[in-house]
Design a protein around this ligand. Sequence first.
Ligand code: C2E
Ligand code: CA
Ligand code: CA
Length: 432
Amino acid sequence: MTDRLTGLGTRARLEDKIARLIAEREEDPAPFAIAIIDLDGFKPINDLYGRTAGDGILKQAALRLRAAIDDSSMVVRLGADEFAVLAPLVFSAAAARHLASTLIEVLSAPYDIGARSVRLTASVGSSIYEHADETTEALIGKAETALYEARRTGRNRVVFYSPELVEATHSVTRIEQALRRAVSNGEVEPHFQPIVALDSGHLLGFEALARWTDHDLGPVSPGLFIPLAEERGIMPDLSRLVLEKAADAARNWPRHLFLAFNLSPEQLVDQSTAREVLEISARSGLDPRRLEVEITETGLMSQPETAAAIIGEFKRAGARIALDDFGTGQSSLGRLRDFPFDKLKIDRSFIASIMEDRASEHIVRAILAMCTGLGMGAVAEGIEERAQARRLAELGCRMGQGFLYGRAEPALATAEFIHLRESRRLASLKRT
Ligand code: C2E
Ligand code: CA
Ligand code: CA
């Protein structure tokens, strides 16, 4: 009943203790809580730094969990990177949530492995025993369902079990199956959203955004299927498919237009990413100097060294790197110094409020000043109104993207759009 590596109890020990608590509480109906904890991003670290390093992290995690709970509680190791806490004196959902947040916090501090240190986050699913007819299995199953939901909805968070979750889980499984089928049938398409020069309105390039319409489900929002693809390991295939199609389309655009595409965080911990992307662009005959790779700060977080290697490979091939959604997520200004970004994309939450909110304007102003100082371009995302564009231009922002200039459109419509805009541009050049 003891785990060799960490010295913690095993699943058998947990089940045993829960069964005893349930029996004890038959008379006394006080609830108690369990939490199942999963280390986010452990597997790639294990693959990258080796088993010894992985074991070291698990031992440190076990020590931290043990130190974080009170004497009446117990922590066990359930599986590879999964732990569970049983808390007999936690009676309410609020208290369980508080406990779970503490656990995430202690697990989020850096881990030393040899001379390096790495960071991980954790996802937690929690459930409370409250009915006399509940079994050990049911209680653990509920926490597992909640954990699953925590992972699906972005990780690094606590989800508390509720009956509605079960239904959501079923429909997610259906969507997952449909998405796998769509990817292997080549049915996910890139659409292209224009990025323009704010002063002249001239086209600079397009960002490829994945679109998927299922036969039965209809159009599925990228806000749903992208995280799902990341969670279920579909992202590498999906990304390859979208990029292949996007590169094929972009090859026929005028040469001065760039193609921007998004890399998901998972792809930045995989050393083969840059090579694969560059191979795709080579195969389709798209000059890598027309590629712009968009990455988010979250993508740089877990393994800065791997990310830096990937970015280096892109830069050597002549591709540019843009830091996406800047100002949301886990920003660290240090990162701007450490990575050779060519562009920074200011998140649309700041742009949306720039006309009403002084604070947003000050933040945008500061970001722009910083970009100038660091020699980086700045793109304002999510411009919907002329007034916003004008204010941004006044503040010195040179590039913009948003519904004002166009939504993401399929390859064919994009080719027509370019044709129209280019003939207008050439006509105006002739006139001047
Ligand atoms: P993102 O990279 O920040 O992409 C911009 C998102 O903002 C797009 O949403 C776009 O439609 C939306 N947007 C653009 N202009 C406006 C505007 O003026 N107003 C408003 N309200 N929204 C605007 P979309 O297409 O739903 O994509 C959501 C996210 O999904 C993207 O955010 C990106 O992170 C991810 N994504 C999409 N396609 C791919 C892909 O092929 N690979 C990867 N890794 N991620 C992708
Ligand atoms: Ca983007
Ligand atoms: Ca963005």
